[in-house]
Design a protein around this ligand. Structure first.
Ligand SMILES: C[C@](O)(CO)[C@H](O)COP(=O)(O)OP(=O)(O)OC[C@H]1O[C@@H](n2ccc(N)nc2=O)[C@H](O)[C@@H]1O
Ligand SMILES: Nc1ncnc2c1ncn2[C@@H]1O[C@H](COP(=O)(O)OP(=O)(O)OP(=O)(O)O)[C@@H](O)[C@H]1O
Length: 310
């Protein structure tokens, strides 16, 4: 059965994907290109939990929203939603391949805070591109290549695997091993603009991350050892725009995190924990201290060496 014929079954099909949060476990800004964009060296991982995207064929394209952070997106025109742009791009690519992508009804359960350094919009767009790639496998490479035009984080979200990323984030070296580390994400309720953070950077030319061990990370301890020799270069400029970031990092460490750091351009801070019980205890402490903060307990999506062909 080819991809297009899947759209004419007796009952209406429906596809669902989780759009996980992206965590920049470490992020070094290594330079600035002539077009103003910055080159990065970043260790990225993805969480089990995230936004939820449901896609159905329909008479007309449409987007509906629900979830805790839906309101943050319904103020703007639907056309501005990155999902609408991703859908348009996917249709152009599928059409150019000689197949046909019908109108789609999209429903987004927006569970991740907006403009928070965990790539929520990028994850949503990538989830849609992945669904289209599964339906039209011949278009997968073109969809992956086009993803960068939607945003620097979209290619890594499309791959969805823990990786060392370079360039603007589109050059990816997947990690051979990463355990399913328990983690907490904490956001103080302050939206932070990514361009504003890059503008505040004082040094735009830093050394890349230390080499990632060829075998990846077999334990939380090995990962933490590596992270301690790295930074998030965007933490200082983001802290000028969202001062609670440093206090959240300290509070997570105090509450038992083996490691805590801001992700991306902030203001979300992640904490890594030795067990789900330890993460739950810290979640209770954070919720008691800051009932207005967003706190999400989840785990990192692991990487297993058996997934790699040698
Ligand atoms: C900070 C990161 O989240 C780390 O993964 C990404 O680099 C940002 O990814 P993103 O939010 O998808 O970013 P985009 O939507 O592509 O870019 C937003 C704006 O941030 C700045 N920007 C972004 C990425 C990058 N490598 N250099 C930049 O200078 C540019 O001013 C750009 O206009
Ligand atoms: N589906 C979407 N989800 C979130 N933001 C969206 C979406 N569509 C458009 N946007 C816009 O994109 C901007 C960035 O939002 P997003 O949540 O992706 O930021 P972020 O978490 O800081 O991303 P990154 O980590 O990639 O910098 C917001 O200003 C928001 O209005």
């Amino acid at each position: 059965m080819d991809g297009a014929s899947r759209f004419v079954p007796v009952s209406t099909p429906e596809w669902h994907a989780t759009a996980p949060a992206k965590l920049n476990l470490a992020l070094h800004v290594t330079g600035q290109r002539a077009d103003g964009y910055h080159t990065l060296s970043s260790l990225v991982a993805f969480t089990e939990a995230g936004d939820g995207l449901t896609v159905r064929p329909a008479e007309l394209d449409g987007l509906t929203l629900s979830g805790r952070f839906a309101n943050a997106l319904s103020d703007g025109a639907a056309e501005e939603n990155i999902l609408v742009k991703a859908g348009r791009m996917a249709r152009a690519i599928v059409d150019a391949s000689g197949e046909e992508l019908p109108p789609l009804a999209l429903h987004l359960e927006k569970s991740l805070p907006v403009a928070s350094g965990i790539g929520g919009g990028s994850a949503d767009a990538a989830a849609l591109l992945r669904i289209v790639a599964d339906l039209f496998p011949r278009c997968r490479e073109s969809l992956r290549s086009a993803a960068l035009a939607l945003g620097a984080d979209v290619p890594m979200c499309f791959d969805g695997c823990p990786a060392l990323v370079e360039g603007l984030g589109e050059i990816s070296s997947p990690l051979r091993r990463l355990p399913a580390v328990d983690c907490l994400l904490v956001n103080p309720g302050l939206a932070v603009s990514t361009p504003a953070v890059f503008r505040q950077l004082s040094c735009r030319s830093n050394p890349p991350l230390p080499p990632v061990p060829a075998a990846g990370f077999a334990s939380l301890a090995a990962l933490v050892d590596y992270l301690q020799a790295s930074r998030n270069d965007l933490a200082a400029p983001a802290g000028q725009l969202a001062p609670p970031i440093a206090a959240i990092e300290a509070a997570l460490a105090q509450a038992g995190a083996a490691f805590a750091r801001m992700s991306g351009s902030g203001a979300t801070v992640f904490g890594l924990f030795a067990s789900s019980a330890a993460a739950s205890r810290a979640a209770e402490i954070m919720a008691r201290q800051h009932p207005d903060y967003w706190v999400m307990q989840t785990r990192l999506r692991p990487a297993d060496p058996e997934d790699f062909q040698t």
